[in-house]
Every structure is written in structure tokens, then in C-alpha cells.
Design a protein around this ligand. Structure first.
Ligand SMILES: Cc1ncc(COP(=O)(O)O)c(C=O)c1O
Length: 372
């Protein structure tokens, strides 16, 4: 049986092992493990890659979001609008920074926050909007930015799944006041551990986040405020510097793989393929299809060695963590429907045409589609 993983980190690490080990040896010898020249160099290179002024490296994508919201001075009761169809890190960060989460349902085609529903969720307490560029495709930023502008709100982009994705030629994470990126190992740009960064064109905000990530220190043992230990380590920065050089080619490979899936799975009524918004350059962090009986399909593919993912099986408003909001099933019908139907097929740059054929054929077989 041919095993096909949903992501394959070993292939990437194996190819880059010599390059990474050389840098790690240098770091071991220097004994500079926190911040230092690798962190600084990566910050500059990532900012350049995103055509943004500043990048501030932190310990995770979650910290990137949390520190942005803290730096924006949320007060208790301040409302922040986001999608219920994201990873919980997006909303944890809002709450932990003192904000109140307000959900708005998603667009049924792109699975990103639906701009047409935003204005009815805005109140006098609303401070900002957090679009999440889910699966590697940006949200409809023109509408979101113009609504934010009209109501004097900030926009913070959760770009944790969208490294170098574009919207009308602008890079994900650079269109609002700030963007958050994750370098969790399985991301399009992933380290060998935890990591994240804030991207922003606002120097003041970047300076403040630099202080927040380091116990509020402006210089050693001079604390302007209480902060956090959210610094990034040099070993991760070194890996990310190596990998960043390959990221455009890896994203291109993901797009080619997506094209193969499109070609092999087109015109099948029982499979809804990803909707490509022509304003966006998708980076296919995930390749997600809609099917009936998703759980059965997920299980039957698993039995033949094909690993698929569920992103996400329960929308946030129905999680126990948010039971206090009192949001019943039916509150966000689009997100709820997606949670039952979406299935992430294997997607990584090194995926072969043969593997994509196997996944596609087995998917059709599990849906009882003949002629495979
Ligand atoms: C949409 C989204 N937001 C935030 C995060 C949090 O990133 P991290 O795991 O680096 O904290 C992730 C990654 O898991 C994510 O997918």
C-alpha cells in the first residue's frame, strides 16, 4: 500500500539538511540563541519578500496576533470582528488582549469572512476586523478595507496560512495595520519548531511589539511596561532564512499540484473544488474540497493509506471554549455546513503527479464514481 501523507516535512528537511546544519553549527559555536543576527537578518529578508517595512519575529503566529492586539490597546469590551471558521489562535489572541470576539459568517465559495455581512455586525464598541486568509487565499480585502475605513476601524490580517499570497498584487499580511504569520513546521514557510512574525508598515507599532515580545524592555532591565517572553530563537531564524529562498518555488509547486487536482477532479457533481478568486494569487497551504458524507470519505481514504485533514470539524462558535457566548447551532449556517463537508487533500510542494492521481482516483472511488 502506498502511503500518502497530508504534509511531508521530511522531504523538505532532508533536501536542506546540509545547509541548515552548517548554520546551526555556527550558532552552537557562537552560543547566541535568542534574538541576535539571524533573527535580525530574517526579519529584514521576510519584510523584503513581503514588500513591507518591518517584520518583528516572535515565538508563534498566536503571539504575533496577540502582541498586535495588545499593541493596538484594546480595552475590555472592545469588539473585534472575525470569522468562526478559523483556528482558535485567531480568537484566543483577541480575548487574551482584552477584546470581545464578534463572529461574522463566511462566504460559501471562498470560506473567508463575508464582507457583505460585516456592516450589520459593527457597533459603537467595534475596534477592528480580522480577516483570516484561509487555506492560502486572501479574503476580499478591498471591501473589508473600505468598510473599515468608513467606520474608522483597523484591519489586522491573520496571514498564518498565506505566506506570499497576493491580493491584486499586494502581499497578504501587508494591507491592514499589521499582519500575523506563523512558522509552525507544517506552514508554507515552516521552521523546525515554533515561530511567527508580525509584518507592518507602521514603525511605531513595530517598535511597540518589539518591546512587548521582550518583557517590556527598552534596554536591558529597563521595563517600560509588563510584556511577555515572546522572543524567537536563532536556530529557527536560521532555518527560516534558508527556507525563505525556496518559498516562491514551493508556492509555485503547490499551485501546479492544485492544477493537477483541478484537472483530475473537474466536472464531478459530488466534489466541490476550491473557488479561485481571480483577484488573488493563491498559495494553497491546503487544497480543500467539499463532499457529502465527508467523515466516511475521510475514513475510507485513510484505510488505503491516504491521509486527509479536517480544517475545521467544529466552527469556533460551537466549541466548548465559547459556550459562554450562547451561540446556538444555526447561528452561522455557512461555517456550520463547511465544517461538515470540507476535506483537505494531501498538499505539499514535493507531491508527485502519480500521488495526485492516486488520491484523485481513490477519492472518486470512495464517492462511488465509476470509470476510475
Ligand atoms: C489561521 C491561523 N491563525 C493562527 C495560527 C497560529 O499560529 P501558531 O501555531 O504559530 O501559533 C495558525 C496556525 O496554526 C493558523 O492556521
Amino acid at each position: 500500500m502506498m502511503e500518502i501523507p497530508s504534509v511531508n516535512l521530511k522531504a523538505q528537511n532532508c533536501a536542506l539538511k546540509t545547509e541548515i546544519l552548517l548554520l546551526w553549527e555556527e550558532i552552537l559555536d557562537s552560543a547566541v540563541f535568542v534574538n541576535g543576527k539571524y533573527v535580525k537578518a530574517f526579519e529584514e529578508e521576510f519584510a523584503d519578500a513581503c514588500s513591507v517595512k518591518r517584520s518583528v519575529m516572535v515565538n508563534s503566529g498566536t503571539d504575533a496576533l496577540r502582541f498586535i492586539f495588545i499593541a493596538l490597546d484594546l480595552n475590555p469590551g472592545d469588539e473585534v470582528i472575525t470569522t468562526p471558521y478559523t483556528f482558535i489562535a485567531t480568537t484566543e489572541a483577541i480575548t487574551q488582549a482584552g477584546g470581545k470576539i464578534v463572529f461574522v459568517d463566511i462566504d460559501p465559495d471562498t470560506y473567508n469572512i463575508d464582507p457583505s455581512r460585516l456592516e450589520s455586525a459593527i457597533t459603537s464598541r467595534t475596534k477592528g476586523i480580522v480577516p483570516v486568509h484561509l487555506y492560502g487565499q486572501t479574503a476580499e480585502m478591498d471591501s473589508i478595507l473600505s468598510i473599515a475605513d468608513k467606520h474608522a476601524l483597523w484591519v489586522v490580517e491573520d496571514a498564518c496560512q498565506a505566506h506570499l499570497a497576493e491580493y491584486k498584487g499586494r502581499k497578504a499580511g501587508t494591507m491592514g495595520v499589521a499582519g500575523a504569520f506563523s512558522f509552525y513546521p507544517s506552514k508554507n514557510l515552516g521552521g523546525c519548531g515554533e515561530g511567527g512574525t508580525v509584518a507592518t508598515n507602521d514603525d511605531k507599532l513595530a517598535d511597540k511589539i518589539q518591546i512587548i515580545r521582550d518583557h517590556g524592555q527598552v534596554e536591558k532591565y529597563y521595563h517600560e511596561m509588563e510584556g511577555y517572553n515572546g522572543r524567537c530563537d536563532a536556530l529557527q531564524a536560521a532555518v527560516l532564512r534558508v527556507k525563505l529562498k525556496y518559498l516562491p518555488a514551493w508556492n509555485e509547486a503547490r499551485r501546479r499540484n492544485a492544477q493537477d487536482y483541478f484537472q483530475l477532479l473537474q466536472d464531478i457533481d459530488s466534489i466541490v473544488l476550491p473557488h479561485i478568486d481571480r483577484s488573488c494569487l493563491h498559495v494553497f497551504h491546503l487544497f480543500v474540497v467539499q463532499v457529502e458524507n465527508r467523515d466516511i470519505v475521510h475514513e475510507s481514504l485513510g484505510k488505503v493509506g491516504i491521509s486527509t485533514g479536517l480544517h475545521y470539524p467544529i466552527p469556533l462558535h460551537l466549541q466548548k471554549a465559547y459556550a459562554y457566548m450562547g451561540l446556538e447551532p444555526g447561528s452561522f449556517p455557512v461555517a456550520e455546513k463547511c465544517a461538515k463537508r470540507l476535506l483537505s487533500l494531501p498538499m505539499f510542494p514535493e507531491l508527485t503527479r502519480e500521488q495526485i492521481c492516486l488520491v484523485s482516483n481513490n477519492l472518486k472511488r470512495s464517492l462511488n464514481i465509476n470509470n476510475v
